[in-house]
Write a protein of this length. Structure first.
Length: 736
């Protein structure tokens, strides 16, 4: 082979290897792995629910009935495809994430050090030997752990197959824990690679100190994203509402397109706020080192103005005590600035060159925080699609995968192969531009009152946001050789988040039903989160250039603890005077209420009295002569919360139990798993009003909270006021 050909082949191989090791390729594996892990988690939950409720695939229904709900070797998912989807999704998540971790290790692997020579000093030879041993040890560790994770993925497939095929819920649990162990080992690869990377070896901090420093600086973003993740994924009531909301994001109508555009745009704005705010905080110590001093009289002036404003607002309208609490806290800070105390300087001061590697690495880590909202709502779409498909939905059940795919692509798009720009605090021009843009969009929505216009505005805003993200991550970052302190630009997402958040605040308070219906619940949550994170990040950034009150500096505070102060003000505002709309949940004894000498509301009965009243209401047990007859059914109703969905389901279930006659049911077809018969269960012959009253007497007690309590109220009100549920009261009263 000619020399030129060999050189060309080597160059081509080098370019291919550079692509494989690129951050974008790693991001693809991370996004796919996270979504696959969520799919496996949701399917495992469905299998566990099937075991708890003795559910099996329709083809095994007869065997399950014969075995008295103890059927073994019966599928706990609807079909063979679902069985393999559950098993392979978990394995795919493990393999995808371990590949991403191994690529991260290769990308951050330190270069091979020169061999120690006799000319080197003893300490230099020891240092070279130590670094080479660490380099080889981390590499061997990464290879071994990656192989181990591959074996765990195979084991998880086998365990999940056994569990979903009816061999016991213990196999499902074991498969889940095996997958968790694989994720933990994958995380160890990342930790080892980061601890042995050149940015750690050459920098002033150890890996643990770097993580602690990053978390301290990014505490606002980390805390905000942690709370959002808990609400969307792990708290049952709010996660169920998030799933319901994202199901309305689609392409089948102008309303669903508007929801999709506003939703994706809101998540994208939140991610950009997190990214630009995080990069700003990372670069805070490299900016103008001048520290501004706020004099004592300025603290007093600001605090006094806030207290006066708060008193006026409380006296004039339905406002809380927040401004008064904040103003009082500012006055206390002024008092802390009064003593003439000088702060003590301790610790080692690192040079700019020593901190450069650390800062550049932390700027890259800011991207991880930025993709959390994107992956969070993409995962919600996966959960919504799986739940709908397992509920025997049609092809539209997979509709939530549309926003999932869009958000996943954006998460990959938000990967910069070069160092980020230096983001400056937005000036008044950017703020005015953001207010004008939001004002024009809001005016179009108000004037038109059209779903089509709302869809157009949402799509235009979403498109502009995507273009801005492309510019931030792929166009604007200069190459490494050109990165200088003068290469700066404004963080435009921050004023936009402020303007949009204030606009949503006005819209929700001015027209709560119309605005929420057009924008969507999740979009409102994202926009509110973006607004507050932008404000808090800006305040934390400013504290790096503001001298804390002298007493705080004297006891060791380098900066004003803005997050702690906000928490104190929040707690104080709630403790001063609890709003009358908030109340404790507690047990109270119902007292007898008399009016005009008559008992209007009787006192609460004891459990024995309630049971005796239920016995007396059953014709079969009248006079105590029913002890030798067949058992009488007693219903205990418990309705959990969950917004309008819980209300609708509660009323619908009670309507089916009380309003529908079981005389026409074909139990044989139901036992055989006939789908048409199952769907017609609550749509067959309705009882007469007298029969409905008799059926309602079978209910002994009903308890509900939040949306479930509203469903109980709708059911009881209809039955008591009209003495009949009519033609599907549960549907007609709540479907609208």
């Amino acid at each position: 082979m000619p020399r030129e050909a060999r050189q060309g082949e080597g160059a081509e191989r080098t370019r291919l290897w550079a692509v494989v090791l690129s951050r974008t390729v790693s991001r693809v594996f991370v996004v796919f792995g996270v979504l696959a892990a969520v799919a496996a988690w949701r399917l495992d939950a469905a299998v566990s629910t099937a075991y708890r409720t003795a559910w099996v695939a329709p083809r095994f229904a007869k065997r399950e009935d014969i075995a008295l709900f103890g059927c073994t070797n019966c599928w706990r998912l609807p079909s063979e495809a679902w069985l393999w989807a559950d098993a392979l999704s978990g394995a795919a998540a493990l393999i995808s994430l371990v590949i991403a971790a191994f690529l991260f290790h290769l990308r951050h692997r330190p270069p091979k050090t020169d061999t120690a020579t006799d000319q080197d000093s003893a300490s230099a030879r020891d240092e070279k030997r130590r670094r080479e041993q660490a380099r080889a040890g981390v590499h061997h560790f990464a290879i071994g752990v990656a192989c181990g994770v591959g074996l765990l993925a195979v084991a998880a497939v086998v365990m999940r197959q056994l569990g979903t095929r009816g061999h016991g819920t213990g196999w499902v649990t074991a498969g889940s824990w095996v997958q968790v162990a694989g994720f933990a080992l994958t995380g160890l690869i990342v930790v080892a690679a980061a601890a042995g990377s050149p940015s750690t070896e050459s920098g002033p901090y150890t890996f643990v100190r770097r993580v602690a420093r990053f978390l301290h600086r990014q505490r606002v973003n980390v805390l905000g994203l942690a709370l959002l993740t808990a609400a969307i994924m792990f708290i049952p009531q709010t996660s169920a509402q998030a799933i319901d909301s994202i199901r309305t994001w689609g392409l089948d109508s102008a309303h669903s397109i508007a929801r999709l555009g506003f939703g994706v745009g809101a998540v994208l704005l939140l991610s950009l706020v997190v990214y630009e705010g995080a990069v700003q905080l990372t670069q805070a110590s490299s900016r103008d080192p001048r520290i501004h001093v706020m004099r004592t009289r300025v603290w007093f002036a600001i605090g006094g103005a806030l207290v006066v404003l708060g008193i006026v607002l409380v006296a004039a309208g339905p406002f809380g005590w927040g401004p008064i609490a904040v103003g009082t806290l500012v006055l206390l800070l002024g008092l802390l600035d009064w003593p003439d105390l000088e702060p003590r300087r301790t610790g080692v001061e690192w040079t700019e060159d020593e901190l450069e590697a650390q800062r550049r690495y932390d700027e890259r880590v800011a991207e991880i925080l930025a993709v959390v909202p994107l992956l969070l709502f993409a995962a919600t779409g996966v959960a919504a699609a799986i739940d709908a498909a397992l509920s025997r939905g049609t092809g539209r059940a997979l509709g939530p995968l549309v926003p999932t795919a869009i958000l996943a692509v954006i998460a990959i798009l938000m990967t910069a192969e070069r160092l980020p720009s230096r983001f400056d605090v937005p000036k008044w021009r950017e703020s005015v531009a953001a207010v004008v843009i939001v004002g024009v969009g809001s005016l179009l929505l108000i004037v038109s009152s059209s779903e089509l216009v709302a869809a157009i505005v949402a799509l235009v805003g979403c498109t502009v946001g995507l273009l801005y993200a492309f510019v931030v991550f792929w166009v604007r970052p200069p190459p490494k050789s050109e990165w200088t302190a003068s290469a700066c630009c404004s963080a435009l997402s921050l004023p936009m988040a402020g303007a949009v958040g204030f606009g949503v605040f006005l819209a929700v308070h001015g027209n709560p039903f119309g605005s929420a219906n057009t924008i969507g619940t999740l979009a409102v949550v994202c926009l509110g989160s973006a607004f507050w994170l932008a404000i808090l990040n800006l305040l934390v950034f400013l504290t790096y250039h503001l001298r804390p009150p002298r007493a705080l500096g004297w006891i060791g505070f380098d900066r004003l603890p803005i997050v702690t102060l906000i928490a104190i003000a929040w707690i104080a505002a709630g403790a001063i005077r609890t709003p009358p709309t908030l109340h404790e949940t507690r047990l109270t004894e119902r007292q007898t209420i008399n009016a005009d000498g008559k008992e209007v509301i009787p006192g609460a009965p004891t459990l024995s009295e309630a049971f005796d009243a239920w016995i007396a209401a059953q014709p079969e047990l009248a006079g105590g002569g029913g002890s030798s007859g067949p058992p009488v059914t007693m219903f205990l109703v418990a309705a959990h919360g969950g917004g309008i969905r819980a209300a609708y389901w509660t009323a619908l279930a009670l309507d089916c139990i009380v309003g529908i006659s079981a005389a026409s049911f074909d139990n044989a077809k139901l036992a055989a798993g006939d789908d048409d018969t199952r769907k017609a269960t609550c749509e067959s012959t309705r009882r007469t009003p007298e029969q409905q009253q008799a059926a309602a007497r079978r209910i002994f007690v009903a308890s509900g909270v939040s949306g479930g309590a509203f469903g109980l109220y709708a059911y009881a009100r209809q039955l008591i006021a009209k003495r009949s549920l009519g033609d599907g009261a549960g549907k007609s009263a709540l479907a609208a």
